[in-house]
Structure formats: C-alpha cells, structure tokens
Design a protein around this ligand. Structure first.
Ligand code: SF4
Length: 353
C-alpha cells in the first residue's frame, strides 16, 4: 500500500503492485486462515499456484498482521521448493505504522535505504540520486494527471464510470509509467469533451477498501440504484495518487516525506497519528464534492478497518453525513442483498432523512 515504486523504477526494473485475483482461492486455503482478508488469501493463492513466476522478486513493505502472515506463508512455500528460492526472492520491509514517534522519519529512511540496497543487489546496479529524481518526476506527473481526472469527476464535468476510474488507477500500478502518462495525456482532453452525468442522481463518496480494488460489479450496482460516485478514498483510487514526492532536495529524504504526508493527505486506518482524523477528511471531502452521503466498502476481516470504523462512524454521525457500510468478501458476495441496502440508502437520502 505504501510501496515506493520510484525506487524500483530508478533501479531499472518495472514495479507492479500485486492485485487481488478474481479467481477462487484453491491451494492457498491450506496456508492462510479463512479469517484473513480476501486480499492476503488471494496473494498467497497466486504465489502457490505459480502466478508470480513472471516476477523476479516480491517486496512487502507494509504493516498489518494479515499481510505479515501472507508473507510468512509465501516464504514457507518457497522453502519447500528450493529451486524456486534461487529464482525468486521475497523481501519484507516492515514500515512503521505509528506516525507520531520522534523516530518515525529515521525509521522510514532506514527502511527505504534497505529496499534500495536489496534492489541494487537484485538488479546489479547502483541506484543514484539522479535516477531517483527522474523517477520521482515521472511518477508525480502521472499522479497529477490522474488527480486532474478526479477533479473533473468531482466537478461533474466528465462522465466516467467507477469501473473506468478504477481501471485508470489500477493500470498506473502495473504499467510502464512513461507509457501510462502518455496515454493519460491523450485521454484527459477526450474526457473533458464528454457529457457530464444526470444532475438528479444521488451523489456518493466511496470510502475504504485498503490494499486492493473493490469488485467493479459492486460499484456498478451502487450506480444502478440511482446514485453517481463523485469521489473516493479507495486505495485503487484517490488514496493511491493523493500525494506527490517532493522534487526539491535529497530524493531519498523526499521519499520519506512522501510516506509521512500520505497519511495526512488521505488518512489510513493502518496508520496511527493523533493529529489526523479520517472522519474529518471525509467530512471535508463530502463538502468539496457535494456528495450526499458516504458508502464504506469494508473488506471482510480487514482488522485495521474494522477497529477504526466505530470512530469513523461517530465522526460522520456528528457531522450528520448519511452513511452506509457494506462488507465485501473475496467470493460469495451477496449482490442482491447489497442492492436492497443501497436502494434503501439512496431512497433515505432522497427523502432527506
Ligand atoms: S490492511 Fe486490511 S485489506 Fe490490507 S492486508 Fe491488512 S487486513 Fe488485508
């Protein structure tokens, strides 16, 4: 979730953020508890069903119990296959989750440096400040273009479905960034020419889903119920592109700043920071976009999200922001029951309850 892709790019490799697979979980079932989130179970399943063979290495740079369990499961699996061990390396850089400590900046710097050294060994290069600055500029440019699309959607000046919006962000996570940026430069003017959506739809902000993308079917179902999604703080959404890396000064320190600022710009439930409230962020976003309510998509067994949620709900209630929480799973999603709940929520907003 907080992977510094710029470091991989500067080392001359292609960073690819692993997505949740839409396939049923099979072999991975025996390696990770059923009560781990769908994302981690899917990642382990992809690893053991050899879908990661295309990659030279796997880096895990985040902090949550389920993700640590997933990395362990992949490690154990590779130990059982010594021939794989040589080909594929699994690295873990557990970044700090407590953002207010006096040591946080230093700890993040140390982790970034460790990732840099591992990449240098892996790629057989020396990762220079000049190369990193160049990569930072390229990623910033890409994020800025994606934020432009977000601003146009928020202002109601383009018609873009949630599936299309998700595709734009997801593709930036896996494609060569230069190629993606060139495509975005051509796309943005075309989007501006398109018609905006119908004004009588209920406007909603979509919140949540850490680490992976919600199923497009759920987002489409929400819009089918007479709503339009005008903004989001999804990981495969605005959260991912919210923060640029400073371009002045030392580029390695700049990556550390980026890590610290992401949680301020779009607060994340996997981080602890006393001065930052996710609910305040949501209330301000809703004011800005004119959204009539918030729909939270919570991946089942996402512990950080479950623990944070009561605070979030209290904050939204305090500000009288209509709110609906929907729990999602990797498989067996009860679409019709979700439809009924969303229809009721949209109707409730229309009637002004
Ligand atoms: S933060 Fe939530 S979704 Fe992400 S790996 Fe942890 S439990 Fe899963």
């Amino acid at each position: 979730m907080n992977f510094p892709s710029e470091l991989v790019h500067a080392a001359g490799a292609l960073p690819v953020l692993i997505q949740e697979d839409s396939e049923q979980i099979t072999l991975g079932r025996t390696l990770l508890h059923e009560y781990y989130c769908g994302y981690t179970r899917s990642v382990v399943d992809q690893a053991v069903t050899n879908k990661f063979e295309v990659f030279d290495a796997l880096f895990a740079v985040d902090h949550c119990v389920a993700l640590l369990g997933a990395v362990d499961a992949i490690w154990f699996q590779l130990q059982d296959k010594p021939e794989e061990q040589d080909k594929k390396k699994v690295f873990l850089a557990q970044y700090p989750a407590s953002m207010d400590e006096p040591t946080t900046f230093e700890e993040v710097s140390v982790k970034n440096n460790k990732v840099k050294e591992q990449l240098e060994t892996l790629c057989g290069v020396t990762l220079t400040a000049k190369a990193l600055s160049r990569s930072i500029q390229l990623y910033n440019e890409n994020r800025q273009l994606l934020r432009e699309v977000y601003a146009l959607r928020k202002a109601g000046r383009i018609k873009i479905s949630p599936r299309q919006m998700q595709t734009l962000v997801k593709s930036s996570m896996v494609m060569h960034i230069e190629e993606h940026t060139e495509m975005l430069k051509k796309l943005v003017p075309l989007l501006e020419e398109a018609q905006s959506g119908s004004p009588d739809l209920v406007k909603l902000h979509l919140s949540g889903h850490m680490c992976h993308a919600p199923r497009p079917e759920i987002m489409e179902l929400i819009e089918d119920c007479g709503a339009v999604i005008v903004d989001d703080d999804l990981f495969t959404g605005f959260r991912y592109i919210s923060t640029d890396v400073p371009e002045a000064g030392d580029p390695f320190d700049a990556l550390t700043d980026w890590y610290a600022n992401r949680n301020v710009n779009v607060p994340c439930c996997t981080r602890a920071q006393k001065s930052v409230e996710w609910a305040d962020y949501l209330v301000n976003s809703v004011k800005e976009s004119g959204a009539h309510g918030v729909v939270t998509l919570m991946a089942k067994f996402c512990e950080p999200h479950m623990l944070y949620f009561p605070e979030l709900r209290k904050g939204l209630e305090r500000h009288k922001v209509p709110h609906l929480r929907l729990e999602t799973e990797h498989e067996g999603i009860p679409y019709e029951s979700i439809r009924t709940r969303v229809e009721s929520f949209v109707e409730m907003i229309r009637r002004g309850f």
